[in-house]
Write a protein that binds this ligand. Structure first.
Ligand SMILES: C[S@@+](CC[C@H](N)C(=O)[O-])C[C@H]1O[C@@H](n2cnc3c(N)ncnc32)[C@H](O)[C@@H]1O
Length: 319
């Protein structure tokens, strides 16, 4: 790939941003975001004893090692989604699983839903560009449901559970999903700075079209560019409890009930220079360019804030 410094200069020129003395600072952030921590692949045991895989492309495990893979599906996706509240009263529940991966989020949700309502039909639309091989089983009591779901791929139905997998880049496949409105969306790509094409304002705009107005979008991340994009798309935001790390995740809905962000989180969302969405206007940018454009927008906000501060200071001095 082209040298990062050269690529940054080209994008800055294209966007009309003068980098000047800020170039090194911008490059430092970009190098940190583009670093791959774990460049190998394989199976790993997570904190709760369940197993996950490592993805060498993004340098990340499919699940949080410190929370545990199963615990993550249960505590960061199923519980905050509010599915257990609606399950007893519904004949049918529709789930959009964005970043299906090892199928853990779907399997845990199906098992838990059926425990609450034996008769509920569950329809799952799953998106992934590459469902890996040699997926470890989920532990009991989820093993049988997980195996059943994996056995239905790429499309199938059994015992009131239907699954349809759209394979390929979600930027394309999301547009192919028709006549479907989700009660819940599990948004679970790799982390926003490693997998930015899956978290842009434009991508989340496509996702929003597939969610019922009272439906709930849920994710493990509390990343500012993601929250900012959801906010600009008209979502109400809430935070989910932290599990296995300091920060919690995010729930969002247009008209449904998702609680609230804390005051500190709201202030950060409104004021931090890093609170700008990742942008991918044609849904076709290279991930590195999405990150560079994002960092350039942050730089412009940083400069606007510091010139505002200078103006305020000089007003105070002259009064
Ligand atoms: C963190 S893993 C998902 C784990 C999964 N939800 C589970 O419960 O096992 C992220 C997944 O997002 C998928 N992904 C990342 N970028 C994508 C893209 N642009 N289009 C489609 N899938 C993508 C990866 O292939 C990977 O399977």
């Amino acid at each position: 790939m082209q040298d990062l410094r050269e690529r940054l200069s080209e994008r800055a020129l294209l966007k009309g941003v003068e980098l000047g003395k800020d170039e090194e600072r911008v490059l430092r952030d970009l190098r940190r975001w583009l670093r791959r921590d774990i460049p190998c692949k394989g199976t790993v045991r997570t904190e709760d004893g369940s197993y996950t895989l490592i993805d060498p492309e993004h340098g990340e495990p499919y699940h949080s090692l410190t929370a545990g893979a199963l615990t993550e599906s249960l505590e960061k996706f199923f519980k905050p989604s509010g599915l257990s509240e609606i399950a007893p009263f519904r004949e049918r529940i529709a789930i959009l699983d964005v970043g299906f991966g090892l199928g853990y989020n779907t399997a845990v949700a199906v098992y838990e839903l059926r425990k609450l309502n034996r008769k509920v039909r569950v329809e799952v639309i799953a998106l992934d560009k590459n469902v890996p091989e040699n997926i470890p089983d989920l532990p009991e009591p989820y093993t049988a449901v997980h195996r059943k779901i994996m056995g239905l791929l790429p499309e199938g139905e059994s015992d009131g559970v239907s699954v349809k997998l759209y394979e390929g880049d979600m930027r394309k496949t999301l547009k192919a999903v028709r006549n479907f409105r989700a009660d819940v969306i599990f948004h679970d790509p790799f982390s926003p700075y490693r997998n930015p094409e899956a978290w842009s304002l434009e991508l989340l705009g496509l996702v929003k079209k597939l969610l019922r107005e009272d439906g709930v979008w849920v994710s493990y991340t509390s990343s500012l560019p993601v929250r900012r994009a959801l906010y600009e798309l008209g979502f109400k935001l809430g935070s989910t409890p932290s599990v296995g790390r300091k920060r919690g995740g995010t729930v969002a809905s247009i008209k449904g009930c998702v609680g609230e962000l804390t005051t500190k989180e709201r202030l950060k969302l409104l004021n931090s220079p890093y609170s700008v969405p990742l942008r991918d206007p044609g849904l076709d940018l290279h991930p590195t360019d999405i990150l560079i454009d994002y960092r350039l927008s942050v730089l412009l906000r940083e400069r606007a804030v510091s010139s505002e501060r200078r103006r305020e200071l000089s007003q105070i001095r002259s009064s």
